[in-house]
Design a protein around this ligand. Structure first.
Ligand code: COA
Ligand code: ZN
Length: 307
């Protein structure tokens, strides 16, 4: 495998949906994703169900996730309580989230930036001691919705902090989809001075239609792991595709076209997008979905034709 695709639809995608899926429905989506060859997924978060009702019941989901022996399922944890809940539910990979601006941490998890950094360090260190893989998201790494543009030096500094704490991965997250390829270059140039590229991953939203271009820039910089969400799930349920994560099928197709192996056949994702549409009641699909649907219809028959 040349490039690892980490599916985040079950967490980043579902948490922003107007409709809250049941644990059975979330499991159905996980099974469809597993069936299409996804081997890395962020399956849910252990946050306050008052803050994010869509993620309630994640402890019931984790023990039921398919093929845990060959699929790595990560759990997002905002604090030590979340870490403990995740480990108790059987999670072996946890993701901490360090937003790199003060206001974003306050709005997201009601903690200061300094306190969040401390808590993330503590969780990562504890995970290392308990044989749990910990990964660190650097959220709003390009622009904060409250404080505006973020300097690449800031991202590099928090990347180094998480590296020192022992994070297995440092994930640069363009939470609001404000990056462009030049900004990706600038951030990665600084970050890669601090963190080995093999431990860096990128998370792009497609709000401004630049997510694939950003992934391409990151590939050229040597990054070999990307987050993506099936059908572009995420963002505002009333404007499909407007601000969701980059669609998994778009990423898989672009990388396949470039001759890079992801272990995923984008055509296999067509029925998964349809299943995600059925479950969420939302029209989904990345930029390539119509084309992929037609190819699916031609080569696999049945209901592939797009309207
Ligand atoms: N899981 C479940 N419940 C949690 C929790 C966790 N990880 N952390 C705290 N809580 C509970 C507390 O036990 C307390 O419960 P109570 O009201 O029944 O006593 C309540 O939440 C408030 O706890 P407190 O420590 O005061 O937290 P808070 O109100 O400042 O909220 C978070 C902090 C982190 C729990 C909340 O902001 C949150 O879950 N945010 C997640 C946001 C998110 O998922 N963003 C997207 C991904 S980064
Ligand atoms: Zn995101």
């Amino acid at each position: 495998m040349d490039i690892r695709i980490n599916e985040v639809g079950l967490r980043d995608g579902l948490q922003s949906q107007g409709k809250t899926l049941t644990v059975d429905e979330r499991l159905a989506l996980a099974e469809a994703l597993a069936g299409a060859g996804l081997r890395y997924m962020e399956a849910g978060s252990f946050v306050s169900p008052k803050a994010v009702p869509q993620m309630a019941g994640t402890e019931d989901l984790f023990p039921r996730l398919p093929s845990p022996e060959r699929i790595q399922y990560a759990a997002l944890v905002p604090n030590m309580k979340g870490y403990e809940r995740a480990v108790a539910a059987g999670a072996r990979t946890v993701n901490v989230v360090l937003s790199v601006t003060e206001t974003m941490n306050q709005k997201n998890i009601n903690m200061s930036l300094a306190r969040t950094a401390e808590v993330c360090e503590q969780i990562v260190a504890r995970a290392a001691g308990e044989g749990v893989n910990a990964q660190a998201y650097l959220a709003v790494a390009f622009e904060c919705p409250f404080e505006g543009p973020v300097a690449p030096e800031v991202v590099a500094r928090y990347g180094a902090l998480m590296r020192d704490a022992g994070a297995g991965k440092v994930i640069v997250a363009d939470t609001i989809g404000a990056a462009d390829p030049a900004k990706v270059d600038a951030v990665l140039e600084r970050l890669l001075e601090q963190v080995d590229v093999a431990r860096v991953s990128c998370h792009f939203h497609d709000t401004r239609g630049m997510a694939l271009a950003n992934i391409h820039a990151a590939v050229l910089a040597g990054v070999r792991e990307f987050d993506a969400s099936i059908g572009g799930l995420g963002g505002c349920p009333f404007s499909p595709g407007a601000s969701g994560n980059v669609a998994t099928e778009d990423v898989a197709l672009m990388l396949q076209s470039m001759g890079l192996d992801t272990g995923i056949d984008p055509l296999d994702l067509v029925p998964v997008v349809r299943e995600a549409e059925r479950l969420t009641g939302t029209a989904l699909g990345g930029k390539s979905f119509r084309w992929l649907s037609r190819q699916y219809g031609k080569t696999r028959g049945g209901q592939g034709d797009d309207q």
